[in-house]
Every structure is written in C-alpha cells, then in structure tokens.
Design a protein around this ligand. Structure first.
Ligand code: GRF
Length: 188
C-alpha cells in the first residue's frame, strides 16, 4: 500500500513514520504533501529522497489534488501537522482512508485554531490532570471524525507549554506509526 504523509511543520512525526516503514514490503511511504515552503519536513523529505507535492490553498480547496494522488497510486493519507482543513472532494475520494493525530484528548481541545501550543496552553489553563493524543479518521470538520486510538499522560502542576508539548510528542512518536500499521494491515 502507498501512503502519503501530509505535513507542514518540523516533521518529527513524519520522520518517525518514514523510519518505521523503511523496510516494510507491504507499506510504502511514497509521498510528502506540504503546504508551507521552507517547512522542516521538506528537508526530511529531501534527505529521504522522497517526492514532495508542495500545494497551494485555492487549488487544494477546489481539487484536493485528488488526481495527482490517484496518479501516484496513493491508498492512504496520514496527516501529521498539516493544519489545513481537508476539503470534501478529498474526504469523499479517500473515505475512511485519511487519519490525523491531535495533541490532546478529543473531543476536548479540538476545532479551529486548536493546534500546537494553543492546545497545551488551553489544557494548562483549565488545570486538567491529564492530556494525551488522539488518532482519528478525518472528515470535513476539524478534529471531528471517528476516534481510532487515544493515549494519555499526566499533567503536573509545574508543567509548561514546552514540557507538556514534549510529553505529547513522545506519545505521538511512540504510537502513530504503529497505529498506521495496524489500520493498514486490518484493511487488507
Ligand atoms: C503534532 O503535535 C501533531 O499532533 C499536530 O501537529 C504536530 C506536528 O508535529 N497535529 P511535527 O511536525 O511532527 O513535529
């Protein structure tokens, strides 16, 4: 199966996923789709000799780049810090075949504007005792599709946005690739 990773940030999750499947015969990470020139993930893609599709907002909303993805035989899409809403043309073409990772325990702390440090700041402000990660299917609403997997971590009194973000990234790196593998193997 051919997987495209949609990422527009530093790409630490993308790197973990690429590493995880490097020697897999069944699952190939074959494309990086990015919406930000200069994003760290582009360097990772270059190091890994991986094709990149750098995309533009209007055209993405209109076409979802579905024909390019089909041309490259993409079966499954993994979002890892992509941040743009996925247009209906794309969710329809890849129904139940697009997943996202969110750095909190959905359905709380999700929705528009809830990404990166804003999520952790909101969790800390609410004095939550725990936070975590959510892996979920993607539909046309932000952070809304069916939940596949969650894992939690404690939030301590002296946690900061940085320390919480570090804990969450560790969970993401530990679980995302494995969950992708599980899903793709179950769907064979
Ligand atoms: C992750 O924290 C993920 O939850 C969110 O975007 C971040 C991407 O981080 N959706 P990185 O670029 O993989 O380091």
């Amino acid at each position: 199966k051919h997987v495209a990773i949609f990422a527009s940030g530093t790409g630490s999750n993308a790197q973990k996923i690429i590493d995880h499947f490097k020697y897999s015969e069944k699952i190939k990470i074959s494309l990086i789709v990015c919406n930000k020139a200069g994003a760290g993930v582009l360097k990772i893609a270059a190091n890994e000799n991986m094709p990149v599709l750098l995309i533009e907002k209007q055209w993405f909303r209109l076409t979802g780049y579905v024909s390019e993805l089909k041309k490259q035989h993409i079966d499954f899409i993994v979002l890892a810090g992509f941040l743009w809403k996925i247009p209906p043309v794309l969710t329809e073409a890849f129904e139940n075949r697009i997943i996202n990772i969110h750095p909190a325990l959905l359905p709380d702390y999700g929705g528009k504007g809830m990404y990166g440090s804003a999520v952790h700041a909101a969790v800390l402000a609410a004095k939550e005792k725990q936070s975590g990660i959510t892996i979920h299917f993607v539909d046309e609403k932000y952070d809304h599709g069916k939940i596949i997997f969650q894992s939690t971590c404690p939030v301590d009194e002296n946690d900061t946005v940085e320390s919480l973000s570090k804990k969450i990234h560790e969970l993401e790196h530990r679980f995302y690739a494995k969950q992708i593998e599980k899903l793709l193997e179950a769907g064979e």
